[in-house]
Write a protein that binds this ligand. Structure first.
Ligand SMILES: [Zn+2]
Length: 94
């Protein structure tokens, strides 16, 4: 997979293109810096997505999309912000 890149189109301006599909991902900008800042944003998002990998949840054993090495619990078990107690409320044992 290639990254996004800024290309200049004659008589139109600068736009961000997907290096893999050659599809235009933005409108045309009159200045290169504007297009480049949008391009950076897309590449950052892509990097984050690429860094995600499938991992087995340490809690329930289900395979889930992990955000990185620190992320070992699936969404249901509290890996991404939501605590388990939000989904399965603790019940008081009397
Ligand atoms: Zn889990």
């Amino acid at each position: 997979m290639k990254d996004f890149e800024v290309r200049h189109v004659r008589n139109k301006g600068f736009a961000v293109y997907n290096g893999s599909t050659n599809e235009r991902e933005s409108g045309f900008y009159s200045g290169r810096p504007l297009a480049e800042s949008y391009c950076d944003t897309l590449n950052r998002q892509k990097k984050k997505r690429d860094a995600m990998s499938k991992r087995k949840c340490m809690c329930c054993g289900r395979v889930f999309l992990s955000e990185g090495i620190h992320n070992r619990l699936c969404r249901n078990c509290g890996g991404s912000g939501l605590g388990k107690e939000m989904i399965e409320p603790c019940t008081l044992q009397l």
